[in-house]
Structures are given as structure tokens and as C-alpha cells.
Design a protein around this ligand. Structure first.
Ligand SMILES: Cc1cc2nc3c(=O)[nH]c(=O)nc-3n(C[C@H](O)[C@H](O)[C@H](O)COP(=O)(O)OP(=O)(O)OC[C@H]3O[C@@H](n4cnc5c(N)ncnc54)[C@H](O)[C@@H]3O)c2cc1C
Length: 342
């Protein structure tokens, strides 16, 4: 395993922003992960794990520690219950979209709604990726990781991972776990979920009320293509903020002022509100560009950056959005994108 110095990090993120890493290495096995962590301990420096860099903002000053790019590959498809379920175990460095594609090609249900999300398998449990009414935690059976507090590999069950909306144990115990593989449980004779409005509308328009698995994947790809910026040309990390979850009382108060505000009931009685709607209709910032940074013209929740943008510009711009939402609605919003600070 080669350790480089002063490696530029912008090339490893979809924002394409950020300074260099003091030290940088790519890991291809669990032995490499162990070696990399030992190196950081000897040098007494912090660690940052990078997958596809699609949910990360690297500061202009770079990362004053060791950046570990996870490139652990490999997939295993184990049939269970007379072939009714399949446990697929994928290395953390496998491409997420390729895993979803292959699962649908094999006729397996469970990941199709998460098509076209950039990034690697190892990051899927970190923020419990989700879209179109589905969270990956529903499909995750276990997560294998190096527990750096004990310097041993552990297999965490779904319950151990404490999944929530864009949330998990890994976000609360930052830096403790380095994910090396994830096992998902997929189904041969599953049922597609097209309850989410965009998907429902898509199939209603097509007059198809019982779409096949591959139709749902294609529909998600088509809808996302229309709604999201092309991250191969725009610098972006997708949704910059989480949709806020607020009390039912607060939601009623906002509904009085903004009757069209979309809200979705959570199992605990609170309401998840559409921040994209608030930024668009209340703050009026959809498509606003300041300098090199702005919100995407079709979806205000997505912060986009032109080539040459700096992390400082992104931070200043996102602070403006946070203040606007706080002033107009009283809601303190939280970033979904992770900032790498060291
Ligand atoms: C255009 C676009 C659309 C997007 N749409 C969605 C969407 O619909 N839904 C959604 O949920 N997200 C979405 N995202 C965000 C992003 O794709 C996901 O969060 C993805 O899982 C990030 O994967 P990554 O490998 O790029 O992670 P990175 O950005 O490299 O890392 C993200 C975080 O996870 C940590 N991490 C990464 N790998 C590991 C590991 N092996 N072990 C421990 N920690 C690790 C990193 O340290 C960092 O804190 C979108 C992003 C873009 C650019």
C-alpha cells in the first residue's frame, strides 16, 4: 500500500472542490485498512474515509491527516430459503449503481428505488441513503467494519447500526468505524413500491399499474435525470441539507402561513417537511447563483458549484440559505453533506 503526500482531494469528490491531503492512500483489503489506521496512529493524525466523494465537502485548506480511499472490491450472491432470498455481500469500494443494476438484472427486489445514487457501497449505511420512499436500511442485513476503538473487525447487525432518516450509528460515532463490506437481503418474489408521488404519476401517465422490477428502476433513472443536475458536469453533492422533521404543532403553524407546504407524517407523529419547497416558495432562492455557487434551477435543495468554486463560497452560500430558512420559518436546518474538517 502506497502512502502519498499532499494529494489533491478535489479530484476525488463530486463537488470537485478542496485542498490536499497531508497523507493519502487507497485500500484494497482489510489488511490495508488495518495498516493505514496503524500509520495514522503512529503519526497521531486524524483519518478521513472517502468512497466516491459524492457527499463530502473538502475545505480549501485540505485535510491535515490521512485520507483513506476505500477501494475494497468483490461481490458474493448467496441464495437462501430455497432461493427465495439472496444475501448479497459487496466490498465497500464497489460502485453503488452497478450493484443496483446487477441486482435488478438478477430479478432481485429491494434496491431498485435507489437507482442512480452516486457513490460506493461502503457509504450506503453511513447516511442510510434513500430516495423515492425507500431507505437502504430496509435492505441491509449487516455491516462489516474495522472498529478502530478496539482495532478489530466487527459484524454489526441492522439494529446495531441504529438507522434513522439520513442517520446511523456511524454518524454519531464519527471516525470509529471503517466499513469494509455490507450485506443486503434481497427478494426473488418481491413487490415493487411505487407509492411515492413521482413514481405513481410516472406509471399513471404510462397507463401501467403493475410495473415490473426493471420498469421501476428505469422510471427512477428517468425521473432523476430530469430532476437532478448532471454531476459529471456540475460540481455538486446532491441535496445539501436534510429535510427538517418538525413537531405536528409547528407544522400546523407553518401550514396556516403556507397552506401548500408539503409534509409527510413520520412514525413518531412528527412531520418531515419539504425543504426544497421552502427554499423555492418561501425563500425564493431556486436557481439563485452568487459568484460560483448557487442552487440548482430545478431543485433548490441542491447546491451546485461552477468550476473554480471554493469551499468558502459553498459555506458562505449555504449559511445564507440556513439563515433565510431560520428567519422565515424558525426552523434550524442541518447539512446532509459532510464537511471534512482537520
Ligand atoms: C447528484 C447527486 C445525487 C444524490 N442523490 C442522493 C439521494 O437520492 N439519496 C441519498 O441518500 N444521497 C444522495 N446523494 C448523496 C451521495 O450520493 C450518497 O450519500 C452516497 O452514499 C455517498 O457515497 P460516497 O461513496 O460518495 O461517499 P463519500 O462522499 O465518499 O463519503 C460520505 C461520508 O461517508 C463516510 N464514508 C464513506 N465511505 C466510508 C466507509 N467505507 N467507512 C466509513 N465511512 C465512510 C465519509 O467519511 C463521509 O463522511 C447524491 C449525491 C449527488 C452528487
Amino acid at each position: 500500500m502506497k502512502i502519498k503526500e499532499q494529494e489533491s482531494l478535489a479530484q476525488y469528490t463530486t463537488f470537485r472542490i478542496g485542498g490536499p491531503a497531508k497523507f493519502f492512500c487507497a485500500v484494497k483489503s482489510e489488511d490495508d485498512v488495518m495498516e493505514a489506521v496503524k500509520f495514522s496512529r503512529e503519526k497521531k493524525i486524524p483519518i478521513l474515509i472517502i468512497g466516491g466523494g459524492s457527499n463530502l465537502l473538502i475545505l480549501d485548506s485540505g485535510f491535515n491527516g490521512l485520507v483513506i480511499k476505500n477501494e475494497i472490491e468483490g461481490k458474493r450472491w448467496d441464495e437462501e430459503n430455497d432461493g427465495q432470498t439472496v444475501a448479497v455481500t459487496a466490498g465497500a469500494g464497489e460502485d453503488w449503481e452497478k450493484l443496483v443494476e446487477e441486482s435488478v438484472e438478477r430479478g432481485l427486489y429491494g434496491l431498485e428505488g435507489l437507482s442512480s445514487i452516486p457513490g460506493k457501497v461502503g457509504a450506503s449505511p453511513i447516511q442510510n441513503i434513500g430516495a423515492y420512499g425507500m431507505d437502504v436500511s430496509r435492505a441491509i442485513r449487516s455491516v462489516r467494519a474495522l472498529d478502530t476503538s478496539k482495532m478489530e473487525f466487527v459484524d454489526l447487525s441492522k439494529d446495531d447500526c441504529k438507522f434513522g432518516y439520513r442517520d446511523s450509528l456511524f454518524k454519531h460515532e464519527k471516525g470509529r468505524y471503517i466499513v469494509t463490506a455490507v450485506t443486503y437481503e434481497l427478494y426473488k418474489n418481491g413487490k415493487v413500491n411505487i407509492e411515492y408521488k413521482d413514481l405513481k404519476d410516472h406509471f399513471t401517465k404510462k397507463g401501467n399499474d403493475s410495473p415490473a422490477l426493471k420498469d421501476v428502476r428505469q422510471a427512477v433513472i428517468d425521473i432523476r435525470k430530469k430532476k437532478l443536475p448532471d454531476w459529471t458536469t456540475w460540481g455538486t453533492a446532491g441535496s445539501f441539507f436534510k429535510n427538517p422533521v418538525i413537531s405536528a404543532d409547528k407544522f400546523r403553524e407553518l401550514k396556516d402561513r403556507y397552506p401548500e407546504l408539503p409534509g409527510f407524517a413520520e412514525p413518531d407523529g412528527r412531520i418531515k417537511v419539504s425543504l426544497g419547497w421552502i427554499l423555492d416558495k418561501v425563500c425564493d432562492v431556486r436557481g439563485l447563483i452568487i459568484g460560483n455557487v448557487g442552487t440548482y434551477e430545478k431543485q433548490a435543495l441542491i447546491v451546485v458549484a461552477k468550476p473554480g468554486a471554493t469551499a468558502k463560497e459553498v459555506i458562505d452560500f449555504s449559511n445564507k440559505l440556513m439563515h433565510c430558512v431560520k428567519d422565515k420559518t424558525g426552523i434550524q436546518i442541518e447539512c446532509e453533506v459532510e464537511w471534512a474538517v482537520a
